[in-house]
Design a protein around this ligand. Structure first.
Ligand code: 8ID
Ligand code: ZN
Length: 353
């Protein structure tokens, strides 16, 4: 009883607004290729990356027409014929992340950097994503969702959670170290605060507005800095940390969040670049980067193992997505809220409304 058509949120050309299509085709189960599976989605988080993809403001462009979305959770309703050794089966509840598929055999995949695979398929970017009722995905890369976490609670772990979990994992920090999270009140940032606390780190959240302030402090940030009010972020952080933070995980969607990072890190500190403004450059003093032995690392989503670890931590209740649920047809308004920086935490879209 898989329908032939469904409701999907479509972008026809880059820069267009969202069009809700109630006649969007569902790939027939008997046409699924080996390794593909069809997932009936319950919900999907809306990530700022989806907005970048819709606006076309990155140096790489998405397919069009595009169904965006890469934080989906649902049930597998079919798998392609001749799908051998599948780790999942029909009836399983799974998550769909940004990295929809990778070859698993190239140097990058074998080194655990599946996200850098040259044959990677990206959900809601190079293949249609989770802003629809039925998505085609790939058995090797869907993330099994453990019991004990509701689908809408799990959804945003699949991108926001996995991404910041990995960034913190590679941030070269130890318990009791100070970590700064610019963008702390956003989708990625509010989860970064919590994964940092799981690692025993002391968190300084940087963002703006009273709603985000409250959220960050409630989630375990020890200090809050409003980037629109603070006159000297560098001095403030150096004072709080007695000489500079050990790491910064920058999750802001604009270049401004990166600006002072090298200056407020202490010697030996690590800047994890996560937020993806399309056109900004990362400006840092070469002299002080060398003189202070600073590491600057780009961190791009996560591999299958990162996804499993991030979701397990959430399923145990140590990290919770702060989200508001809306119907899929509200996606256009969600993008407006995101543009104006109004969303504290995440919006999760419900597919059955
Ligand atoms: O793999 C990756 N590296 C990855 C994965 C997923 C998302 C990267 N991203 C990218 C997105 O494409 C986007 O560019 O991370 C960025 C943040 O995504 P998001 O968390 O989904 O966006 P959001 O919910 O809008 O949160 C961004 C926050 O940044 C704050 C905003 O107020 C908002 O709360 N912010 C901004 I814009 N400028 C700031 C500044 N100068 C700032 N916070 C501190 N200082
Ligand atoms: Zn994302």
């Amino acid at each position: 009883n898989i329908p032939k058509v469904q409701t999907a949120a479509v972008i026809d050309h880059s820069g267009d607004s969202i069009r809700i299509d109630h006649e969007f085709p569902v790939k027939p189960a008997n046409e699924l290729l080996p390794g593909e599976c069809l997932v009936k989605l319950e919900c999907s988080g809306a990530c700022h990356t989806d907005l970048h993809a819709a606006l076309g403001d990155w140096p790489v462009s998405a397919k069009t027409p595009l169904v965006g979305g890469h934080e989906g959770v649902g049930i597998i309703v079919a798998t392609g014929q001749n799908t051998f050794n599948s780790p999942v089966k029909t009836g399983d509840r799974v998550g769909i992340k940004w990295l929809a598929d990778s070859c698993l055999n190239c140097e990058h995949c074998k080194k655990g950097r599946e996200q850098n695979c040259l044959k990677a398929k990206l959900s809601g970017f190079t293949v249609d994503g989770t802003f629809q009722e039925y998505v085609v995905s790939y058995v090797n890369h869907v993330t099994p969702i453990p019991e004990g976490i509701a689908s809408d609670e799990a959804a945003s772990v699949l991108c926001a959670g996995v991404t910041v979990y990995r960034a913190i994992k590679y941030s070269q920090t130890n318990p009791c170290d100070w970590i700064v999270i610019p963008g702390g009140g956003g989708g990625l940032g509010h989860l970064a605060i919590q994964y940092a606390r799981v690692r025993g780190l002391r968190v300084i959240a940087v963002d703006t507005g009273s709603e985000k302030k409250e959220l960050c402090l409630e989630l375990g940030a020890e200090k809050w800095i409003d980037f629109k009010e603070c006159q000297d972020i560098v001095a403030e952080i150096r004072t709080i940390t007695d000489g500079g933070a050990h790491s910064a995980v920058v999750t802001s969607a604009s270049g401004s969040g990166y600006r002072q990072a090298v200056d407020y890190l202490r010697p030996g500190g690590t800047l994890m670049a996560v937020g993806l403004p399309g056109k900004s450059t990362l400006e840092a003093s070469i002299f002080f980067t060398v003189f202070k032995s600073i590491s600057i690392l780009g961190s791009y989503v996560g591999n299958r193992q990162d996804a499993t670890e991030a979701i397990e931590i959430a399923a145990r209740g140590d990290v919770k997505v702060h989200f508001t649920t809306k119907p899929l047809k509200e996606l256009g308004n969600v993008y407006e809220g995101m543009k104006s920086g109004k969303i504290a935490g995440r919006i999760v879209l419900n597919m059955s409304q």
